[in-house]
Design a binder for this molecule. Structure first.
Ligand code: ADP
Ligand code: ZN
Length: 213
């Protein structure tokens, strides 16, 4: 399947994407994970992106489009992909449309994960991320077995730099201003699927039904 996952930070895009990869071998493509990897490795891309990310601001569209143009043409994308965190602005969505036409690809849908703001705030402040493999934990609902240590790879589990109260509030404002309008963009394209995303399992079932899996 080829899907865009839309939704506020903390709406569960990453969780849903991981669940969907298990169904048909589609790959999850998270621009946030790609950028965090680049920052950690200290690459040129990482150096350019770091300050924006730390403040909870968006990284410039040109950098993101450069990454995605290459990524979408890699071999593993033939089995399908789940775009998690991209596109994030109307210009990115417009450029993605052109890029997909160029490479002859067609998306099944843009799925909009809808979650109440209180739930989002609670999830983000209690979220913890593994610095090694990117696994997501929650101090209240899904803590690692040993505090601060990843169950899957043994690396450290931390609160992301952009998950302080201040950066979270900025990320949500940026989302409302720049990313929320994408729902209308994809509705006009006839591609939008709106789902209530309080439960990730229910989201996955709705997507399977929609694309006939
Ligand atoms: P979230 O949990 O907020 O959805 P992500 O992991 O997707 O976070 O992204 C983390 C940060 O990486 C964003 O706050 C932003 O700075 C940057 N980023 C990720 N994807 C994009 C994108 N498509 N366009 C611009 N910036 C992006
Ligand atoms: Zn890990």
């Amino acid at each position: 399947m080829k899907l865009i996952l839309l939704g506020a930070p903390g709406a569960g895009k990453g969780t849903v994407a991981k669940m969907l990869t298990a169904i048909d071998g589609s790959v999850q493509i998270s621009t946030g994970d790609i950028l965090r990897g680049a920052v950690k490795e200290g690459t040129e891309l990482g150096k350019q992106a770091e300050a924006f990310m730390k403040a909870g601001d968006l990284v410039p569209d040109e950098l993101i489009m450069g990454i995605m143009k290459e990524r979408l043409q890699e071999d593993d994308c033939k089995a399908g992909y789940l775009l998690d965190g991209f596109p994030r602005t109307i210009p990115q969505a417009e450029q993605l449309k052109v890029l997909l036409e160029e490479i002859g690809d067609k998306l099944d849908a843009a799925v909009n994960l809808d979650v109440p703001r209180e739930v989002i705030l609670d999830r983000l402040t209690t979220r913890r991320t593994c610095v090694g493999c990117g696994a997501i934990y929650n101090v209240k609902s899904m803590p690692p077995k040993v505090e601060g240590v990843c169950d899957k790879c043994g690396a450290e589990v931390v609160q992301r730099d952009d998950e302080t109260e201040e950066a979270i509030s900025n990320r949500l404002d940026v989302y409302n201003e720049k990313t929320a309008p994408l729902a209308d963009f994809y509705r006009n394209e006839g591609m939008l699927m709106d789902v209530n995303a309080t439960s990730s399992d229910a989201v996955v079932d709705a997507i399977k039904a929609k694309i006939g899996l």
